[in-house]
Write a protein that binds this ligand. Structure first.
Ligand SMILES: *[C@@H]1O[C@H](CO)[C@@H](O)[C@H](O)[C@H]1NC(C)=O
Ligand SMILES: *[C@@H]1O[C@H](CO)[C@@H](O)[C@H](O)[C@H]1NC(C)=O
Ligand SMILES: *[C@@H]1O[C@H](CO)[C@@H](O)[C@H](O)[C@H]1NC(C)=O
Ligand SMILES: *[C@@H]1O[C@H](CO)[C@@H](O)[C@H](O)[C@H]1NC(C)=O
Ligand SMILES: *[C@@H]1O[C@H](CO)[C@@H](O)[C@H](O)[C@H]1NC(C)=O
Ligand SMILES: *[C@@H]1O[C@H](CO)[C@@H](O)[C@H](O)[C@H]1NC(C)=O
Length: 394
């Protein structure tokens, strides 16, 4: 760090030093901050080696560092674009996608439900297992069978699914990373298939519960997604591991990192060493939400189920929203948490907020998306969780 500051000084003083400006603004990615141990939510606005993020353009580099860190320590490694992808548009509504990499191939075929109304090319939601939000009558819905990409029954699902047929059963990716990789392949396929009549600049991604966790990860990893709507994703999605642990310690029965890795294969096995003391994890899920910035993110939660980490999602997403705030687009992220309904049912009281997000991000309308709503009466004690200021990035 000292080297970079002296380099900055040198730039201003006009003396020659062998450090380039890009390196100064975007330090080399460091995914292993030494001896991380912090019960506060990690600072989004400092690179892992200590250099502050001051400029909007630096956020791209910091986001890349956060993405690589969360892959390494929690979600598993997201493979790059495959060597080849072929797509046939069949039956007037199905993308038959064949992906080939290192001599192996897989095939999957998401189908598109076209809207009754609206105009082509249509905005579309890529919907994990169909999703559970009400879709407007002018948006297409692409059915994503995520379980065939990576199974999620229980521990025995580790390494099972088409993703693992392609990349090997010992790939580090947990199921959510595998699904996010496949969502990106659906977008690749849409880009190559204009006859499918989908507007690839107006794509949303959504899912509920475990699939809501997955939808958030897809939105975090692919910047071609305009609007991300995780519904009731709870712990492992919109909740922060640290806040959920504190909720459990103070008497609320919430799902924690310790529990979740024993329940299913949503995470990489690389997460295991952190789950009994999440203060040693250099990331948390406010940063996962931050990876979606500056694109649209509408987080839907439900106060009726303690297990979802209702207080945790509330505090975590308020904290994640600070990344959008720093970028000058706080309104691009909304949070709405309403109870008194079953898991994955969508209450009418959230409809207006949802419509505003869809209209803004899939139809370019100038709607009000300044939304932080909860019927949970929670006090988020910022002093307990946040020990960093939110800058105005320039
Ligand atoms: C983290 O720090 C706390 C107090 O600062 C200490 O009690 C704890 O043992 C440390 N944990 C690890 C894993 O280093
Ligand atoms: C997709 O293509 C594969 C390979 O060509 C073929 O076996 C399969 O039947 C096709 N599926 C659909 C739904 O067209
Ligand atoms: C289609 O959308 C337009 C504009 O929102 C609306 O006026 C019309 O009633 C809709 N038509 C149908 C059949 O839903
Ligand atoms: C976490 O705790 C469980 C027991 O509750 C234990 O089986 C596991 O090995 C621990 N993990 C680590 C990394 O210490
Ligand atoms: C969001 O929905 C709530 C009801 O849940 C409503 O009170 C609020 O006005 C809505 N906000 C916007 C910006 O539409
Ligand atoms: C929040 O407080 C209001 C007013 O006291 C109450 O009606 C509501 O049930 C509370 N919400 C929850 C989730 O406890």
């Amino acid at each position: 760090m000292a080297t970079r500051y002296s380099a900055l000084l040198a730039l201003f003083c006009g003396s020659a030093m062998a450090v380039s400006l890009p390196n100064l603004l975007c330090p080399p990615v460091n995914t292993s901050p030494a001896h991380y141990n912090d019960s506060f939510l990690p600072n989004p606005f400092v690179f892992n080696d200590g250099l502050p993020v001051l400029l909007k353009t630096q956020w791209t580099c910091r986001a890349n560092e956060i993405s690589q860190t969360i892959q390494k320590d929690e979600l598993g490694i997201l493979p790059p674009k495959p060597q080849s992808l072929a797509v046939q548009f069949v039956n007037g509504n199905t993308l038959n996608i064949t992906v080939t990499n290192n001599g192996k191939s897989i095939n999957f075929a998401p189908s598109i439900t076209y809207p009754a109304n609206g105009t082509a090319p249509f905005p579309a939601f890529i919907a994990y297992d169909g999703g559970s939000i009400p879709y407007p009558d002018n948006v297409a819905v692409i059915y994503f069978d995520n379980d065939e990409i990576a199974q999620q029954n229980d521990q025995s699902s580790r390494g099972v699914g088409k993703f693992f047929d392609l990349f090997g059963t010992d790939a580090s990716a947990g199921a959510m990373t595998a699904w996010a990789w496949a969502v990106s392949r659906i977008i690749d396929a849409l880009e190559k298939t204009p006859q499918a009549k989908i507007n690839v600049n107006k794509l949303g991604v959504t899912g509920c519960s475990r699939n809501g966790k997955g939808a958030l990860v897809a939105g975090a990893f692919d910047s071609r997604i305009a609007l991300t709507i995780p519904q009731e994703s709870g712990s492992g999605g919109a909740a922060c591991w640290r806040i959920s642990d504190w909720q459990l310690a103070t008497g609320t029965n919430v799902q924690t990192a310790h529990e979740i890795v024993q329940e299913n294969v949503w995470f990489s096995t690389a997460f295991d060493p952190f789950v009994n003391d999440t203060s040693t994890l250099p990331v948390d899920h406010h940063l996962l939400a931050g990876l979606v910035a500056p694109r649209g993110l509408f987080v839907i939660e439900n106060t009726a189920y303690d297990w979802l980490g209702t207080q945790s999602t509330n505090g975590c997403m308020r904290t994640g929203r600070k990344v959008f705030e720093a970028l000058g687009v706080a309104d691009n992220m909304g949070f709405s948490q309403i109870g008194n309904h079953l898991h994955c049912d969508f209450p009418a009281s959230q409809q207006g907020n949802l419509t505003n997000f869809i209209d803004k991000f899939l139809f370019n309308k100038n709607t009000d998306t300044n939304i932080v709503v909860s019927d949970g009466n929670y006090t988020f004690n910022e002093k307990q969780w946040i020990n960093w200021p939110t800058p105005n990035l320039i």
